[in-house]
Design a protein around this ligand. Structure first.
Ligand code: 5GP
Length: 274
């Protein structure tokens, strides 16, 4: 794998100051890889990307140095591209190295996984060899509840428990498949196979109309990306499966997308940044 060894050491002063301003904002929610702060305007939030990593439903934890900076950039890039083809997203703009301004949405408690190639839990569940190309993309739903180990659910559960209406599920399915087509093309263009990925959607009032919008992030944290030539894993599985060169894989994805941070601000997340 042609991995870039570039890894800088310096911070921009302005960026540091932005972190400090962000620091004083009210913390709305802290997840495994991100923190949400109150935004500057009503209906907005600041999404802060941490270097913390977890796998196997939080059983394995660690740090991927610089991941937050790279995922902030990668997600900005992909969400902006998706916005460009008419996919509504929560993304507004990147604020600094680790933060982006997003629209506050009501998160639908269902995670959508789209699969193109057999890997991960699909391989385990059905005893299939990793790497088999699926005859057509598979879309799965999981209840977003860590305490329950995120059980797989069907649209019957989603509608019966009132998590989303049948119309919303149709919209989510259509958007997910469109996102899959578009992202598969982008990644193929930089020599990566989009094996599978996880999406989250939310509801947003827009001119008296309730809309479904893409939320969360799109990055090597929630996408499996394999090198087209070598099948080498270029995503969080390098951390989960102790494959080594984890930071380099995230950097390589950013480098291939042409968005490796200019000032090489890939530094550890210090206490003052949190
Ligand atoms: P699997 O079900 O095979 O473990 O995961 C399928 C896809 O969804 C992978 O690309 C994986 O990264 C993503 N995914 C599943 N659950 C989570 C999660 O809790 N967090 C993140 N970031 N991604 C997930």
């Amino acid at each position: 794998m042609a991995i870039s060894a570039r890894c800088g050491v310096c911070f921009l002063r302005g960026t540091e100051m932005n972190f400090r301003i962000g620091h004083r904002r009210r913390r709305i929610f802290e997840g495994k890889a991100k923190v949400l702060f109150e935004g500057p305007e009503p209906g907005t939030l600041v999404q802060y990307f941490k270097d913390d990593a977890s796998a196997f439903n939080n059983q394995k934890r660690g740090t991927i140095v610089g991941k937050g900076v790279l995922n902030n950039r990668i997600s900005e890039y992909l969400m902006t591209k998706l916005g460009g083809i008419g996919v509504p997203t929560h993304f507004m703009r990147r604020l600094n190295m680790r933060e982006q301004l997003i629209r506050q949405v009501e998160i639908i408690p269902v995670e959508i996984v789209v699969r193109n190639i057999v890997a991960g839990s699909l391989a385990k569940r059905f005893g299939l060899p990793e790497g088999v190309v699926l005859p057509r993309s598979i879309v799965e739903f999981y209840y977003k509840k860590d305490e329950l180990g995120k059980p797989m659910v069907t649209d019957e559960h989603i509608t019966a428990f009132g998590w989303a209406s049948p119309q919303e599920i149709d919209e989510i399915m259509a958007l997910s498949l469109r996102i899959n087509d578009f992202l598969s093309g982008i990644f193929l263009g930089i020599g990566l196979k989009l094996v599978d990925f996880k999406l989250e959607f939310g509801r947003l009032w827009d001119n008296d109309e309730l809309r479904i919008v893409l939320a969360d992030e799109i990055s090597p944290d929630n996408c499996r990306l394999w090198d087209v030539k070598t099948n080498e894993k270029m995503d969080k599985d390098r951390f989960s499966c102790d494959l080594g060169r984890v930071e380099e894989a995230y950097q390589e994805v950013a480098r291939r997308l042409g968005i490796m941070p200019e000032v090489a601000a890939i530094t550890p997340e210090s206490e003052k940044d949190k």
